[in-house]
Design a protein around this ligand. Sequence first.
Ligand SMILES: Cc1cc2nc3c(=O)[nH]c(=O)nc-3n(C[C@H](O)[C@H](O)[C@H](O)COP(=O)(O)OP(=O)(O)OC[C@H]3O[C@@H](n4cnc5c(N)ncnc54)[C@H](O)[C@@H]3O)c2cc1C
Length: 498
Amino acid sequence: MAIVGGGFAGSILAQIARRLGHRVLLVERERHPRFVIGESSTPVANLLLEELGDRYDLPHLRTLSKWGSWQETHPEIACGIKRGFSFYHHTAGQPWSDTPSRSRQLLVAASPSEAIADTHWYRPDFDAFLFAEAGRLGVDTHESTELEPPHFSGDAVHLRGRGPEGPFHASARLLIDASGPRGFLHRSLGLADATPESHRGTESIFTHFTNVPRWADLHPPAGTPPFPPDDAALHHVWDDGWIWVLRFNNGITSAGFARKRRTNTGNSPASEWHEHLQRFPALAEAFRGSEPIRTFTHLPQLAFRTAQCAGPRWAMLPIAAGFVDPLLSTGFPLTLLGIERLARLLESGIPDDLTTYGDSVLADLDITFDLIGALYRVMPDFDTFRDLTMLYFTAAIHTETLRRLGRPTASNGFLMRAHPDFGPGLRQCLARAGREPGQATREVIQRLIEPFNLAGLASPPKHHWYGCDAADLYAAAPRIPATPDEITAMLHRAGFTS
Ligand SMILES: Cc1cc2nc3c(=O)[nH]c(=O)nc-3n(C[C@H](O)[C@H](O)[C@H](O)COP(=O)(O)OP(=O)(O)OC[C@H]3O[C@@H](n4cnc5c(N)ncnc54)[C@H](O)[C@@H]3O)c2cc1C
């Protein structure tokens, strides 16, 4: 089989296919290490990494799934510690301040300790390591290789192009596109762009910086937060957009915004960035003294969805099929769910029929479009925004817990979209939040999450700071259902210490 695109996803799938005994070709257009955006992982993504590592005998995937084991085994691969998600709501022209009930912030922990914390992947290092690892396992890897459109004939797909040593050609029984959004197959097969109309107006500007101050130094939390707010995917949200701040352990910080597109001013992305910060005094302060270490990238349209993502002898990985927005870091779990699905198919040989795979990928993507779309619509109303994120956190924590208990989750899909009770309720809440944000909708959300809420989310006494508290899980065990002994054993396996 051939895989086009040697990012982390293409390289992991190539390693799995090799372990399953397939002959694998992996073609990358650039040369590692190279810059690529998309860095913040999540508990579900890391659990998938761990499970793929165990199932396919790729132990490095397990060690890279947690901050602690990563630091012990691969300190040479830069990464950042991610203890959870931090959100702060800003109003243009006003300094940032909060109320005693913390009404302008939200902290949701993803782990109880540094040892088993999630990570931000410093992609130049991370992807270079995984690509090299694929080569070490016997994958036929090629860098700096530019391909022409593929040619399908009979039961083979033929690839031609040019590599560093001259003309390149190869044939395979299956072609997987891991080349990212608007990538190789979308273009060369001339597929239709099926990006929902309401998502075509979001742009993004980003780069890597040094010397970014820590938010908690500028605005020390009142009390003891569940985790240091900067050791997180830090989100600064305003009425029609947001900024991410992800800190790595090599002094570099990734930051950028996604926002409703402004009319083209002709300004450079760097001036747009600086001008934007000036509208929000606290954000200007949050980046004072920071220095970009590469040019800013501007994506005039962030979201993308192709019309078809699988066919005879070809399939796209989820990110090649579409991408919505970095909000809530959905890219990695979607990508790894796609890899998991393809890997299961590859266990019984090279699949001919990839229709079911393609349908699942697009359905997962579409519910992500619905979630992010609803979040954008309610950004001016931070209370509703925060409650909407509870749908995401409830589904993510529920899924992670079931997986850790060894219960089946595959049929639920991403965000439990296909769960018979949660799925329809989720869609209803997302549609309703856009139409009528406010108290009534927030109550509907709270009623929906209640039977699935394993982490004490939306609990008023917590005042929007949600730690990882084993007591919440024991209290919610009947909702799974699981016995206290099963919970204890699961927490032990996960390295959780309360
Ligand atoms: C602004 C932004 C921020 C994001 N932030 C996050 C986040 O914080 N968390 C998260 O989970 N997700 C995030 N994502 C999504 C994330 O980037 C993807 O999930 C992730 O990069 C997927 O990895 P990949 O290896 O499949 O694809 P990519 O990282 O896109 O890698 C594709 C590879 O294919 C190569 N390639 C491209 N075309 C060709 C070709 N024709 N031939 C050969 N090779 C080719 C490229 O050089 C590249 O190496 C973000 C995305 C964007 C746009």
